[in-house]
Design a protein around this ligand. Structure first.
Ligand code: ATP
Ligand code: MG
Length: 394
């Protein structure tokens, strides 16, 4: 039924002279997201609006709606009917026929919202509203007009063609990816980090990811789970370069040399250091983690202070003030939750101490790390040299 979609974008509309750059990025991202969808599409800009036109005979409507619903920068989109101007009576017939198909019960409240962008049309907007309202009421006697809270807002835009739409499907909002540089996500198999990546990417940031695994203590399946999570995030963020770092020897060495209650915190410091290395290599301008204050021992204010100290790049922690349930809600919305809760082992949990420090002292931790002096640089270098890079696409 629908051959076009009208894309509504909010925030990027206010960028002054940069506006066209953002619009073009948004168009690129829309095109990219539609690539796997059955059908062919033309995405075009016309008179300050973005339209998606279906150019193939058939296409998959559901998949199109899903794809458009994942493009950052899209506030909402409307399945659109575009018709030639063949006079008002013909227009009314079309509107009525389409409404009948969309709402077979024919007993909704409605309001007509007309806009005349072309002043040579014989009726002005107010008259179109009134006349079209009357025609709809004649056709559907059980309907009623409600100008304040209509169930159906019938929008009619008189342009060179006439746009008719009444359904507005929400998009994710945010800014088009690519408008705001690149950042490195520390991606584990948990619930939090995929959500953190999604949230930063929503602001227009392209992302790469680093995952630390510890074979044979962590399995191939645990790694596959992280690849799967990256793929789910990539549906929103676009392609992700995923660096898979073998962390086993570093972990074992820390385990051998340092007090066990400090293991997690020292390990986290090496994770940040290594992630920053790959971030620099990839041209990233920040790190992203899924940390939230107080969630676990390694995320107290003191622990975050000690972990953060190894980084020179900004570390973005978009979940910092979120409770677990709020994080779960987002992960359900972006459909990473089901994958995140699969029960595969995580490299952090393997050597976990019974009573990890919750208030680590930086000087104390640095002193413990001196016990690693002999071999740690070599181990870090080996971890870098042996890392595997996987390009993950939705
Ligand atoms: P998540 O649900 O994201 O795994 P978590 O609640 O398990 O988080 P931690 O294990 O303390 O919390 O990890 C905090 C953050 O450190 C994670 O959100 C993630 O960004 C990063 N991180 C933890 N483990 C790994 C790993 N194996 N590889 C890459 N990053 C990791
Ligand atoms: Mg974790």
């Amino acid at each position: 039924m629908y051959r076009s979609f009208l894309i509504k974008y909010g925030e990027i509309g206010v960028k002054g002279k940069n506006r066209y750059i953002f619009e073009n990025l948004l168009i690129d991202q829309i095109r990219f997201s539609l690539r796997p969808v059955e059908g062919t599409f033309d995405v075009r800009k016309e008179q300050g609006r973005i339209y998606v036109d279906v150019t193939s005979e058939t296409y998959d409507y559901e998949d199109t709606v899903e794809a458009l619903g994942r493009v950052f920068g899209v506030v909402a989109f409307c399945p659109l009917l575009q018709v030639e101007d063949e006079g008002f009576d013909r227009l009314a017939e079309t509107v009525i026929a389409q409404l009948a198909e969309a709402y077979p019960a024919k007993n909704f409240s409605f309001k007509v919202n007309a806009r005349r962008a072309r002043k040579d049309y014989p009726k002005d907007s107010m008259t179109i509203n009134a006349d079209m309202g009357e025609k709809i009421l004649e056709a559907f006697p059980d309907c009623r007009v409600d100008v304040h809270h209509p169930q159906v807002l019938v929008c009619i835009e008189i342009r060179s063609l006439i746009n008719i739409y009444w359904e507005e499907i929400p998009g994710p909002g945010g800014m088009p990816v690519g408008s705001n540089g690149r950042a490195m996500l520390l991606l584990s198999g948990g619930i939090d980090s995929p959500v953190a990546g999604y949230m930063v990417s929503k602001r227009g940031v392209a992302i790469d990811a680093t995952y630390f695994h510890a074979p044979p203590y962590t399995s191939e399946r645990a790694k596959q789970k992280v690849v799967d999570l990256a793929r789910l995030v990539a549906r929103y963020s676009g392609p992700i370069r995923l660096h898979v770092v073998n962390f086993t020897d570093i972990q074992l060495y820390i385990y051998e040399k340092c007090p066990h209650e400090e293991l997690t915190i020292i390990m986290r410091r090496y994770m940040m250091k290594l992630a920053e290395h790959f971030a620099q290599e990839d041209g990233c301008m920040g790190l992203i983690t899924g940390e939230s204050i107080g969630q676990v021992a390694s995320q107290t204010m003191q622990s975050l202070y000690v972990t953060n100290e190894v980084c020179t790049m900004p570390v973005y922690r978009p979940l910092i003030g979120f409770d677990k349930q709020e994080i779960v809600d987002v992960s359900e919305k972006i459909e990473t939750y089901e994958t995140s809760i699969l029960p595969y082992e995580d490299c952090c949990t393997i050597f976990v101490a019974k009573h990890p420090v919750t208030k680590p002292n930086l000087e104390h931790i640095k002193k413990s790390e001196q016990k690693l002096a002999e071999k740690i640089e070599e181990l870090v270098q080996t971890a870098i040299d042996t890392a595997e890079t996987i390009r993950v696409e939705a």
